[in-house]
Structures are given as structure tokens and as C-alpha cells.
Design a protein. Structure first.
Length: 227
């Protein structure tokens, strides 16, 4: 259990300290934006692998009995989360996490100004519900809480950066997912990042359901959904 706590602490530290504007600006000035993003992505992926490795090697302690209905929730929330993460990472977004620079927000940002954070939140929540054990509560609950905390942190940073334009930006790019679509006041735009994210999400989901998830984590989502 201590290795899981240590891995999670390292993951949170990586995504907290470099996010501080003085540190981020200084590192980008030295390395360049593209090199910074490349190195950051590699280290972040390596730490995430460590987190999952530590979780898989943590003893299983059941908190509630998993059921097929729980797994069905994951089959809905996990692909939605993956789509939001991918669409957010490849869309220009001056207010949140992205791999692309630019002040003109992409289509996914009109749904929520923090698609990557919502994606991790949905993905984590879906897996937490389906697994029902202590290590999953620590892992996915921790990642979900960290994503939720990121809303406030990134909003504060974006407010400082956008200045007087922050209020207008919030009016067109809400925090909560889908409020404009639900009200019927805004028709969703579709752009290249959304199409790419949808195609990649479909391919990843298909691979995971056809054996990829069982190969990586020892659990078959389709079998769990029929329990």
C-alpha cells in the first residue's frame, strides 16, 4: 500500500509544481514549448504506469460487491472520459490543459472549458464504481479528487492570464459539461480534434473490449458487465 501512496504522491507532485506559472514559464524558456511538452508527457506517462503497477500489486480488500450494473456504468463513463481527454489535449484552449498553443478555443471548449479534467473525472469515477475495492478507492478516488481540484486551480490561473476577457470567456465556455446543449441555446460544433478524438476513442475502446483490458489489467469489462 505504501508504494501506491508514494506513486500517487509523485504523480500529483509532477502535475502541481510544474503547473506553477513561474516554474512553467522558466522551464519553457529554457527548453522550448514542444520539448517541454514532450518531456512532460513522457515523465507523466511513466509515473502513471508506476501508479497502476503499484495498484495492481496492492492486496485486494473488497468494500462492496461488484455487479454487472456497476460495470455498465464504466462502459459508459470510461469511453466518454477518454474522448474528452483526447479532444481536450488536441484542441487549443487558453484556459486549461492542452498540447496545442493558440488563443482561439476549439469546439470541445464550447461544451466545457476543462475537457481534460472532466475526462479524467468521468474515467476515474466509472472505474471506482465498478471495482469496489480499497485500492481502487485510493487510486481512482485520488485521481478523481485531483481532477476536481484542478478546476479551481486552472480557473484562477486563466483568470489572471485573460484579465478583463475572463467574464466573456466564461459566458461562452462553461465549467459544467453540456449546460448550453441541454438548454438548446447552443448547437455543438464539430472540428478536426473532435473527429480525431472520436475515432481514436472508438479504436481504443474496441481494442480494450476485445481483450486489451484483460491483457493489461487482468479484467474483462464485457464479462464483468454480464455478472
Amino acid at each position: 500500500m505504501s508504494q501506491l501512496y508514494l506513486a500517487l504522491f509523485a504523480f500529483v507532485l509532477l502535475h502541481s509544481v510544474p503547473a506553477l506559472p513561474p516554474i512553467r514559464s522558466g522551464v519553457i524558456a529554457i527548453l522550448g514549448r514542444k520539448t517541454y511538452i514532450l518531456i512532460y508527457s513522457i515523465v507523466s506517462t511513466a509515473l502513471l504506469v508506476w501508479v497502476f503497477h503499484a495498484a495492481l500489486n496492492t492486496p485486494y480488500v473488497e468494500l462492496w460487491e461488484p455487479s454487472g450494473s456497476h460495470a455498465m456504468v464504466t462502459l459508459v463513463l470510461a469511453p466518454l472520459g477518454i474522448f474528452l481527454v483526447l479532444a481536450g489535449l488536441f484542441t487549443p484552449n487558453p484556459a486549461s490543459i492542452t498540447f496545442r498553443s493558440g488563443d482561439q478555443p476549439g469546439a470541445i471548449v464550447s461544451i466545457t472549458r476543462h475537457p481534460v479534467l472532466w475526462g479524467f473525472f468521468f474515467w476515474s469515477g466509472g472505474h471506482l464504481i465498478a471495482n469496489g475495492d480499497l485500492r481502487s478507492l485510493i487510486l481512482f478516488g485520488g485521481l478523481g479528487l485531483f481532477s476536481a481540484a484542478g478546476f479551481l486551480m486552472l480557473d484562477r490561473r486563466a483568470k489572471r492570464r485573460l484579465g478583463l476577457g475572463w467574464s466573456a470567456f466564461c459566458a461562452d465556455h462553461p465549467l459544467l459539461v453540456l449546460p448550453k446543449l441541454a438548454s438548446g441555446r447552443n448547437r455543438m460544433r464539430v472540428d478536426a480534434p473532435i473527429v480525431f478524438a472520436f475515432a481514436l476513442t472508438a479504436a481504443m475502446t474496441l481494442w480494450l473490449l476485445l481483450g486489451g483490458h484483460a491483457f493489461l489489467f487482468g479484467a474483462d469489462p464485457l464479462i464483468m458487465a454480464t455478472m
